[in-house]
Ligand binder design. Structure first.
Ligand code: ZN
Ligand code: ZN
Ligand code: ZN
Length: 290
């Protein structure tokens, strides 16, 4: 008996969380998502026992750990059940006091993205549509006529694939070209994909990164120029010799970068063209200002 490590202590720790309900300290949105998942699980059980889903929340009581009366979105109220209940169910948080918190469809949850992720989400969705278009082409040797044709490649309803800001995508394909675009209704479009080539416009929140990226690549060009000519370029266009895109612009002002050197060409400075104090930085002899 005495030589085992196990002291018996580890099994007596209390179980934390959920001890006094299903939503200790969660936000309304988190509570709503937990309820939707509970209802989804209950639908799965209902199907297992009754061979169909139900449109009546009361029928799910036998599979729920809490009273059905307590299951509603804390801000938007009662959930909406829809679907063809013989093989699918769709339960959504209605948009009432606030935007809908999302839905669950046959076990797949779909929550609206956080506003800071809208651009990323839009790009991911366009890329998934592009991938589906390519698969469609592979199977049928032509592009789809509408987004509904792509449903077979998704395990989520194809009508839930839209830009979170601008709505339904433009999908325009002919025999040779496949064009998918975020429509620009409310804010500038998030971009488009033409035949697999992505074209994402600059996102203002990324101007700083883009601009500094340009500064870095120009500085690299200067080093390469120095290696070949034993001096830094006299003017930025001298970089043509070592790099193709020396004429990049700061994305915030669409203006070329400022460049300075001395007659000996042993020093240089490249600066974002925005007014001093508001610009994205500079690089002097390879050293960044940020
Ligand atoms: Zn909700
Ligand atoms: Zn978009
Ligand atoms: Zn800049």
């Amino acid at each position: 008996m005495g030589n085992r490590k196990d002291t018996g202590q580890s099994v007596t720790q209390p179980v934390t969380g959920h001890s006094s309900g299903w939503h200790d300290g969660g936000s309304a949105e988190e509570i709503c998502h937990e309820y939707l998942e509970l209802l989804g699980d209950a639908q799965t059980m209902h199907y297992a026992w009754h061979n169909e889903y139900t449109d009546n929340i009361a029928d799910l009581q036998e599979f729920l750990p809490i009273p059905v009366e307590s299951i509603y979105c804390p801000v938007n109220g009662e959930y909406i059940f829809s679907g063809n209940f013989s093989y699918e169910y769709y339960i959504e948080c209605p948009s009432g006091a606030e935007m809908s918190h999302g839905h669950i469809w046959n076990g797949y949850t779909s929550w609206p993205p956080d506003p800071s992720e809208y651009t990323e989400v839009c790009h991911e969705r366009m890329l998934s549509l592009e991938a589906a278009c390519s698969m469609y082409y592979g199977l049928y040797n032509c592009y789809p006529d509408s987004i509904e044709d792509l449903q077979q490649f998704f395990c989520i309803p194809v009508d839930s694939i839209y830009c979170p800001v601008n709505g339904d995508y433009i999908i325009s394909c002919d025999d040779e070209n496949c064009y998918i675009a975020c429509p620009s209704n409310v804010i500038p479009s998030h971009g488009n994909i033409l035949n697999g080539e992505q074209s994402w416009p600059y996102d203002p929140s990324n101007y700083l990164d883009y601009c500094r990226g340009h500064l870095m690549s120009l500085a690299t060009g200067c080093s390469m120029y120095f290696a070949e000519n034993n001096r830094f370029p006299e003017v930025l266009s001298d970089l043509e010799e070592v790099m193709g895109n020396w004429d990049v612009e700061c994305p915030a002002c669409d203006t070329m970068y400022l460049y300075e050197t001395n007659p000996e060409g042993d020093t240089y400075a490249i600066t974002c063209p925005l007014p001093e104090g508001h610009n994205h930085g500079s690089i002097v002899d390879g050293c960044t200002s940020w």
